[in-house]
Ligand binder design. Structure first.
Ligand SMILES: NC(=O)c1ccc[n+]([C@@H]2O[C@H](COP(=O)([O-])OP(=O)(O)OC[C@H]3O[C@@H](n4cnc5c(N)ncnc54)[C@H](O)[C@@H]3O)[C@@H](O)[C@H]2O)c1
Length: 462
């Protein structure tokens, strides 16, 4: 297989989203000897990648893109031409939860992946290495290999799995200095040759002992399991937050105490309104579906409970608001601080703020949303109810005349606002519901606010 040779130099990534764009920019910046092309069927996304107004907000990303763009990094919509030229193709298309047919609401929708595979077969004129970068159900590579290699052109495709572990908001640092890079390949001579070619790319900047290899199925499954474990920690501490509110324990104190146990570790133990993001829920549901399809009901129910706890936490946040505000929020102005699923990203996919806002609208509150990066996406998420919400980039304007503030994203700037000024501009009694436990609650209480947080005793003046 000529293209599996170690000197393969043309890299292509199909899918210029939150993963494809940043990961390929990093590869191009750290490996000037490779030509890296990123293609997408979404022309406006590609033209944004070719501008200084990148399609995604990610701290430090523009610098990495600018280092390589035009030198050995190219963004294009010409998918077919790029496929022909490539030795190695990373596929980073979206794999959302299926919304139709069998497995709807749980299984991964693989149509984008399969369409991509079929296009690769149709267009290719030489052997290629295909790398799964998208998160996929375990054993997808086998199906893909079957589709790719059922060609009558005599072309061989070697399918590898290289799941991406970056976190939005810290993507550049995560890629520059990853905990590990995982590459799964088949143990055949062609598989091992292809694996070497991918290891060679990452070895340009990642320490060799952090590049780990495995069989393809372990690599595919590891990505689902990593996200399931991370989300499970959040749901676990959130389940304890409910107990804290009943018992006057403080969830932050509990987190700190258990997190100092080196067997547990301190990360992902912050209680909140719930986890969001495009991956956690989708990947757990995918795991649940796979377990169910093997008849492993206990395993499926175990992981499903992580999602159920998250849904409960989001609902609970709004019902606490309603009961606290004298059992009605109808016609009350409520300022939602933050719409992104977490700080330092404009991404709102599965953001808990979506559920919070929709529930508040159902209760006929007058909702005002503020966020430094996510208002464009918020408009898309709330397309059906835009007449019922206001969006303002200035948090002071959003809070003006409000009965309550609900913190839904832990943006640093929300910790630094002049809350005295905000308090003076609000209706009284003024409430703050801190869904991320990021504010100085005692200070706010002393200013006159009634403060409700997650898993902590309420601070109220009545
Ligand atoms: N977002 C994250 O933080 C993250 C982290 C790790 C892994 N992942 C996984 O990576 C994959 C991609 O996620 P994302 O967040 O980048 O998604 P995304 O929706 O931001 O990007 C996917 C892109 O693929 C493009 N695309 C779809 N079909 C195509 C085709 N046939 N040809 C060309 N382009 C096509 C879409 O237009 C879109 O721009 C998913 O499987 C996801 O689970 C995401």
């Amino acid at each position: 297989m000529e293209s599996n040779a170690k000197n393969a130099r043309n890299i292509l990534c199909i899918g210029a989203g939150y993963v494809g764009g940043p990961t390929m920019a990093m590869i191009a910046a750290r490996c000037p000897q490779y030509k890296v092309t990123v293609v997408d069927i979404n022309a406006s996304r590609i033209s944004a990648w070719n501008s200084d107004n990148l399609p995604i907000y990610e701290p430090g990303l523009l610098g990495v893109v600018k280092e390589a763009r035009g030198r050995n990094l190219f963004f294009s919509t010409d998918v077919e031409a790029a496929i022909k030229e490539a030795d190695i193709i990373f596929v980073s298309v979206n794999t959302p939860t299926k919304t139709f047919g069998g497995g709807a609401g749980k299984a991964a929708d693989l149509q984008y992946w399969e369409k991509t595979a079929r296009m690769i077969v149709r267009v290719s004129t030489a052997d290629k290495i295909i790398v799964e970068k998208s998160t996929l159900p375990v054993r997808t590579a086998a199906a893909m290999s079957r589709i790719l290699n059922a060609n009558d052109k005599g072309i061989r495709f070697e399918v590898l799995s290289n799941p991406e572990f970056l976190a939005e908001g810290t993507a550049v640092a995560d890629m520059q200095n990853p905990d590990r890079v995982l590459i799964g390949a088949q143990g055949t001579p062609a598989g091992i040759k292809a694996l070497d070619a991918i290891v060679e790319i990452y070895a340009n900047w990642v320490e060799r002992d952090k590049i780990i290899t495995s069989n393809v199925w372990s690599a595919e499954l590891s990505k689902l399991v990593a996200n399931a474990f991370l989300a499970q920690r959040i749901s676990s501490i959130n389940s304890i937050s409910v107990l804290c509110e009943k018992t006057e324990a403080d969830v932050a104190e509990v987190s700190r105490a258990i997190g100092m146990d080196s067997r547990i570790g301190s990360r992902f133990l912050s209680s909140s309104v719930g986890f969001g993001g495009s991956c956690f829920q989708k990947d757990i549901l995918n795991l649940v579906y796979i377990a169910e399809s093997y008849g492993l009901d206990e395993v499926a129910r175990y992981w499903e409970s992580v999602v159920l706890m998250n849904n409960y936490q989001k609902r609970r946040f709004v019902s606490n608001m309603i009961s606290t505000m004298f059992n009605t929020v109808a016609d009350k102005r409520i300022a939602v601080f933050g719409f992104a699923f977490k700080a330092d990203t404009g991404d709102t996919r599965e953001s808990p703020a979506i559920d919070v806002v929709k529930q508040l609208i159902e209760e006929r509150a007058r909702v005002v949303i503020t966020d430094p990066e996510a208002l464009d996406n918020a408009k898309i998420d709330l397309a059906g109810c835009l007449d019922k919400v206001e969006m303002l980039s200035d948090p002071y304007a959003a809070a003006q005349g409000a009965h309550a503030i609900a913190i839904c994203t832990e943006w640093q700037q929300y910790r630094e606002l002049d809350y005295k000024k905000i308090f003076d501009s609000m209706e009284k009694p003024a409430f703050i519901f801190d869904g991320r436990n990021v504010l100085d609650h005692k200070k706010l209480f002393d200013m006159g606010f009634n403060v409700f947080s997650i898993g902590k005793p309420a601070l109220k003046h009545f």
